[in-house]
Design a protein around this ligand. Structure first.
Ligand code: FMN
Length: 241
């Protein structure tokens, strides 16, 4: 077997392993930067359709991450993919607020904990129940804010067609999440766990921007199991409902 064929086989095996196992290969990716997208870019080709389908089907919402930072070039690739999303009249109303400063993440964490305590602790609860609820809130928020990089997806209310921003915002977020998966990273689309109110307060944002969601990026501690998904037949109708 010549060197080129051996390299091709090795790359193909690595791709399979990272899509299956995620964490291990993800860790390698963060250090070495040899992911699917990297390989495809190096070959000057796009990923094949079946590989892309595999990326979509193996994406999972991950909420707890290794304490490893995403390399800058991977972050740039992910953001660059997000901005290729379809957008009404090509208006591109997005702003991607990248949060990597530990101090800002701490502030998000504090505010997320306050919110969780508010949801979980009720006046009428006894002391023991309150203490349990507090511990659960602390654990939950520690997980939710464990990533070293967050991307807040915003849309600009001063865009050309602001009434279409609610379409454009989640599309870019979806692209971003899939691009992250293609490089072996986990993510999740937070709306409540890290809410718009929290983000607006922490970053002292005025009304110009709407917070679409906040997305942590990192190597998941583990890839969550696939939740129940409806059958395709339950979701599809042909020609009439
Ligand atoms: C609009 C939207 C809002 C979401 N908000 C949250 C959230 O606040 N907290 C959270 O943990 N997950 C949130 N999620 C993630 C969903 O819980 C997750 O996508 C769903 O359970 C399906 O799991 P999967 O993404 O692994 O397929 C949100 C997802 C979407 C699309």
């Amino acid at each position: 077997m010549d060197t080129k064929t051996k390299r091709g086989l090795r790359q193909s095996l690595n791709r399979r392993r990272f899509l299956k196992l995620g964490t291990g290969i993800g860790a390698g990716l963060a250090l070495g930067g040899t992911g699917l997208a990297g390989e495809a870019a190096a070959r000057g080709k796009h990923a094949k359709g079946d590989e892309f389908m595999e990326i979509m089907h193996t994406r999972r919402s991950a909420r707890e991450f290794e304490p490893t930072q995403i390399p800058d070039d991977h972050l740039q690739m992910i953001l660059d993919a997000a901005r290729t999303a379809p957008t009404a009249g090509n208006q591109q109303p997005w702003k991607f607020l990248v949060v990597r400063d530990e101090k800002m993440i701490d502030r998000i964490r504090e505010r997320a904990l306050e919110a969780q305590l508010g949801y979980r602790i009720k006046e009428e609860m006894g002391d023991e129940a309150k203490a349990t609820a507090r511990r659960q809130a602390e654990d939950y928020v520690a997980q939710c804010t464990s990533a070293k990089t967050f991307v807040v997806v915003l849309t600009d209310n001063e865009s050309n067609y602001p009434s279409y921003n609610w379409h454009d915002g989640p599309l870019a977020a979806g692209y971003l999440i899939l691009a992250a998966r293609s490089l072996g990273y986990g993510s999740v689309y937070y709306t409540d766990s890290i809410s718009e109110t929290i983000i607006k307060d922490v970053f002292d944002m005025d009304d110009r921007y709407k917070v679409v969601c906040t997305i942590p990026l990192g190597i998941p501690k583990e890839w969550p199991a696939k939740p129940d998904k409806k059958d395709l037949a339950d979701l599809v109708a042909y020609d009439s409902l």
